[in-house]
Design a protein. Structure first.
Length: 461
């Protein structure tokens, strides 16, 4: 039987991001995908600023920025006439700690291509056409069986196999959730003539249905997203999509020159009851399913991978097994908050903007966050470590990579920790230990024995 340290099931954004993070750390990992190729559609097209920071660290931000574009304003149409435009986002001024101030639009298939290329660059591979049909685990590892009869034994398994996760069901983990909208939705990638690419075009109808045509940055295609009348049955054939466009807009069916991909869905919000069962972890849509409104699903999923990667590596290198317990502790609480946010955006209760960029996501309540100062400043243990200008560069240049960083020390207390003599003024007074995923793990007045104990607890000896 083949063996590996980590088996990742699912080559979507979650699995690919985790594969990259483990590959750059030298972890022996295998990535398998049930389908014969990468997902072909645009579904998750928004990359939030916090995810852009993660992509910077993983080495793909230049490719993502080159292939993406800003979100266009929305143009509303009625009876074939333009009746007004509006911004898709609440505008806010970024500060010096935010190098990527606005969401970027890029179709999911292109994001996955970029991540896949980076994984290959690091020596990683994806085994396509590999469907998991069963798994059993013991105290030392997990035996995973595939549809072709072959098997792999892994020390840990990460289920990134989507909202209908077969591994989640095999583990007996339930999903608790609700319907976000009783209406059926259609999403499709298509080419259309007779419509400019300057706006995200919206065609609302009197019955509450609405069709949107959004130009996909970096392509010649539009993404169609349509809320249909309650009780209707979506037709996602090419002719059905053409008829849908003709019914809701001033365009004719023949103006849709190509339908590249189409799917239907019912928006729901659901959260797995557990994110971990023994040596198996749930990540991405396998752990939480969002309404696409607000662009939180893919982004929350990438954050799952970014949180889990360094912890798996640390435990494989000898850190206490208890470190892995903090994955569910940190990510399930954040996923629950992001689900509530997505639902609020879908229902028009929350506007896209400061609330949806994920820069405020943090772990102050985590058992991994140790704030030991009597008078903490603006940046505290558990917070995202913001960027800052430094002599000759930026703080993110120092943080980039799979290491820990200590701000406010001239010498590293342990091997493998990068140091900066003082923290940026924007952080306030103190010493800050930055985790590999860019969050403040420990903050204190000085580098004391408490810091040494914290480093022991996360396996830095």
């Amino acid at each position: 039987m083949d063996t590996t340290d980590v088996l990742i099931v699912g080559a979507g954004p979650t699995g690919l991001a985790l594969g990259i993070d483990l590959a750059r750390r030298g972890v022996a990992a295998q990535l398998v995908e049930r389908a014969d190729a990468l997902f072909p559609g645009s579904r998750g097209k928004g990359i939030q600023p916090r995810t852009q920071e993660v992509f910077d660290d993983l080495g793909v931000i230049d490719a993502v920025l080159a292939a993406s574009g800003p979100y266009p304003d929305r143009m509303v149409w009625r009876d074939g006439e333009r009746v007004g435009e509006e911004s898709m986002f609440e505008r806010f001024e970024p500060d010096a700690g935010t190098p990527y101030p606005a969401p970027r639009m890029i179709p999911q298939w292109r994001t996955q291509e970029i991540l896949y290329a980076r994984l290959a660059e690091l020596g990683g591979k994806v085994a396509f056409g590999r469907e998991v049909t069963g798994l059993t685990q013991d105290a030392e590892g997990v035996d995973v069986v595939f549809a072709d009869g072959t098997a792999v034994r892994a020390r840990y398994v990460v289920a990134a196999d989507g909202g209908r996760s077969g591994i989640r069901r095999a583990l007996g983990v339930g999903m608790t959730g609700q319907s976000v909208d009783p209406a059926p939705f259609v999403v499709a990638d298509l080419r259309v003539r007779g419509l400019d690419r300057e706006y995200w075009h919206a065609f609302p109808a009197a019955d509450g249905s609405v069709l949107g045509l959004c130009p996909l940055a970096g392509t010649e295609e539009f993404q169609l997203a349509a809320r249909l009348p309650e009780g209707s049955e979506p037709d996602v054939s090419a002719d059905g999509v053409r008829e849908l466009v003709a019914r809701h807009t001033h365009l004719a069916a023949e103006d849709v020159t190509e339908v590249r991909w189409a799917s239907e869905f019912r928006p729901r919000a659901a959260l797995a009851d557990r994110f971990r069962v023994g040596r198996v972890f749930l990540a991405g849509d396998a752990a939480h399913v969002h309404s696409p409104a607000g662009g939180q699903g893919l982004n929350t999923s990438v954050q799952d991978a970014y949180n889990l990667g360094w912890k798996l590596d640390a435990v494989l290198r000898g850190a206490p097994e208890s470190l892995l317990e903090t994955y569910e502790e940190e990510r399930r609480a954040n996923a629950a908050a992001m689900l509530e946010l997505s639902t609020g955006v879908h229902r028009g209760e929350v506007r896209r903007g400061r609330a949806t960029v994920q820069l405020g996501v943090g772990y102050r309540e985590s058992s991994l966050s140790a704030e030991t100062r009597t008078g903490p400043g603006p940046v505290r243990a558990g917070d995202r470590a913001p960027d800052a200008e430094l002599p000759g560069g930026r703080l993110f240049d120092l943080l980039r990579g799979p290491h820990w960083t200590l701000l406010g020390a001239t010498t590293a207390p342990r091997a493998g920790i990068r140091t900066l003599p003082s923290a940026p003024a924007s952080y306030g007074p103190g010493v800050f230990l930055i985790r590999p995923d860019g969050y403040v793990g420990w903050a204190g007045e000085t580098a004391t024995e408490e810091l040494a104990a914290y480093l022991d607890g996360v396996g830095i000896r």
